[in-house]
Ligand binder design. Structure first.
Ligand SMILES: [Zn+2]
Length: 307
């Protein structure tokens, strides 16, 4: 009797949405999940806009949300390792999916990791920078939601199908914009090594990063910064792209020592608030492409993918 009563009470405590309740760590994971969930399932995002996922301090309310959820969606890899502690403090019995495990991390050019980066053979966790990977993540989320809430199958399939069509259009649009930049001008320098999947997919050469690591939490040595300044000069890099949510002073200092300018801000590891150019995943990828194409060409090419 006690057990039954507890179960009934637990069921009544669930959210108003008919389907599953999902907690997602990053702004990207939450946005992809919301597009599949529609109004059938509830998605609670942990990270606020413009927060750095490499450097997040979980709150007690995060563990409470996980304890009530049907599924915890991690981005995966080094990026949100703090999520494991959260799941532990939430009782440790919630199912956890890491989206990094559901996308393709093979076949990417990791030559940049051989240039003295501290990353070694660590898997690059920034999978969402390729819309192709975002599509794989959406399919994984769709299948998981159907498992958790079989009666919602038609909703989740329809939502995912519509969003996958938009991702395909985004992918074609980005490719079309980047193709307008002469190949020898597609030379990328960012805050940290976050756009490897984007560079691999669209034929862009990663020259280096102000913080030459897959995490924002690394500190560049004076020697690494001097080497990057040399590379920027040697390669004729035109722009160093800072990231939204991070202080651009290192990029400004490097630009001062070279002919490169500080380019527009990129949406790297976080989406932005509702009134920003990076409010959604698709908006952010379109805005990044416009910013990159402008910076690569010194403003000679202006192109924004339809999204
Ligand atoms: Zn990162």
């Amino acid at each position: 009797m006690v057990t039954v009563a507890a179960l009934v009470s637990c069921g009544q405590d669930r959210s108003a949405a008919a389907g599953a309740t999902v907690v997602a760590t990053t702004t990207h994971a939450a946005d992809l999940a919301r597009n599949v969930a529609g109004d059938r399932a509830e998605v609670i995002g942990i990270l606020p806009p413009n927060a750095d996922p490499h450097d997040y301090e979980p709150r007690p309310s995060d563990a409470e949300a996980i304890a009530r959820a049907d599924l915890m969606l991690k981005s995966g890899g080094e990026l949100d390792l703090w999520a494991d502690e959260l799941v532990e403090s939430a009782g440790g019995d919630r199912p956890v999916d890491a989206l990094l495990d559901r996308v393709s991390t093979s076949g990417t050019r990791h030559d940049r990791l051989d240039k003295g980066s501290a990353a070694g053979d660590e898997v690059d966790p920034h999978w969402w920078q390729s819309p192709h990977n975002a599509a794989a993540a959406v399919k994984a989320i769709r299948d998981r939601l159907i498992e958790l809430d079989p009666e919602g199958r038609a909703s989740y399939e329809g939502n995912a199908e519509a969003y996958l069509t938009r991702l395909e259009r985004l992918d074609r649009g980005i490719r079309s914009c980047v193709s307008r930049v002469p190949a020898e001008q597609r030379k990328l320098v960012t805050t940290h090594d976050a756009l490897g999947y984007y560079a691999d997919r669209y034929g862009i050469e990663v020259i280096g990063a102000a913080v030459p690591a897959l995490s924002t939490q690394a500190q560049p040595s004076a020697g690494q910064t001097a080497e990057l300044v040399d590379q920027i000069e040697r390669e004729g890099v035109r722009a160093i792209f800072p990231e939204s949510g991070l202080n651009p002073r290192l990029e400004e200092a490097i630009a001062d020592e070279t002919d490169a300018k500080v380019g527009g801000e990129l949406w790297a590891d976080t989406l932005g608030p509702a009134d920003s150019s990076g409010a959604t995943y698709i908006d952010a990828m379109a805005a990044n492409t416009q910013t990159l194409v402008d910076g690569f060409t010194g403003g000679a090419v202006s192109c924004r993918p339809r999204a």
